[in-house]
Design a protein around this ligand. Structure first.
Ligand code: SF4
Length: 284
């Protein structure tokens, strides 16, 4: 199974997104998927290009709307493994409303955000994930807003699988993606993916110095939601690993009998005359 295609990514050399692409490809191969069993749906931004760089079904959507598209694909054909991906600007600014509701809905999809704390495609503006004081073209005197703590928000919204990783940790990220894909429900994986061109503060070195792994915390129990929240708050969101997993999660799809039996794309839309007349009488 080869999830590579012939398209050469046009990300800047050193961009963290390369590792995310490689991790998705490796995770898909490790799980044993075939390319025609995987769909990558992306939004707009440098990271949004990823759907064209993986040998699978791909859909490069519109800004902030990757999650509705991905959920639509999954609703139509739950036999497909659906990975939705994008950047922090795409998912946590224009797309934030969709992110909250996708978390709450708990569809059986995986959302991977390449979080570089800046808008890279438009050449470096402050994003919802930029820290206070961050200097860019849009905030020349430093941002006066605090960064959004997306881990706290996701947990508060009821996420059933929450993880955070770092582009440099290819092995860990691959394993997290594998586990996220196999989770029955919405798995949210935020990946610190440095923008080497425009973000000179949150660099590879900066993350290596500041990130705390939950694997290094004695007695950390990823099924304990309260501990996850306390850990996230204690380290101001700079934690990595699988932070929370609801092991009894039941996905949206699994609660719908007519979807559970067979993908909608394989179900007949033909109505016999009697059913048609019955439905027609109800609406007239
Ligand atoms: Fe990556 Fe930044 Fe270059 Fe975009 S501008 S490809 S995010 S390094």
């Amino acid at each position: 199974k080869d999830f590579r295609n012939k398209i050469k990514p046009n990300w800047c050399p050193g961009c963290g997104d390369f590792s995310v692409q490689a991790s998705i490809q490796r995770a898909a191969a490790n799980i044993g998927l075939e390319p025609d069993e995987l769909a990558i749906i992306s939004g707009i931004g440098c990271s949004g290009r990823i759907s064209g760089y993986i040998n699978a079904y791909g859909f490069h959507g519109i800004h902030g709307r990757a999650l509705p598209l991905g959920q639509g694909v999954k609703m139509a054909n739950q036999d497909l493994t659906v990975i939705v991906s994008g950047g922090d600007g795409d998912g946590f600014a224009i797309g934030m409303g969709h992110t909250i509701h996708a978390i709450r809905r708990n569809m059986n999809i995986t959302y991977i955000v390449m979080d570089n704390q800046i808008y890279g495609l438009t050449k470096g503006q402050t994003s919802p994930r930029s820290d206070a004081g961050f200097v860019t073209k849009s905030t020349p005197d430093g941002s006066v807003e605090e960064a959004m703590n997306i881990m706290e928000i996701a947990l508060s919204a009821g996420v059933t699988f929450l993880a955070q990783s770092f582009s440099s940790d290819l092995k860990e990220l691959t394993s997290i993606i594998e586990q996220g894909v196999q989770h029955d429900g919405f798995s949210f994986i935020n990946v610190f993916s440095p923008c080497v061109t425009y973000n000179k503060v949150n660099t590879y070195e900066w993350f290596k110095k500041h990130l705390v792994s939950v694997n290094a915390i004695d007695g950390y129990d990823r099924t304990n939601r309260q501990q996850a929240m306390e850990t996230i708050m204690k380290h101001n969101g700079l934690v990595k690993g699988i932070l929370y997993e609801d092991q009894g999660s039941k996905s949206y799809q699994s609660k719908l009998p007519h979807v559970k039996e067979e993908p909608l794309v394989k179900q007949s839309v033909h109505l016999d005359e009697e059913t048609f007349q019955q439905l027609a009488s109800e609406f007239m």
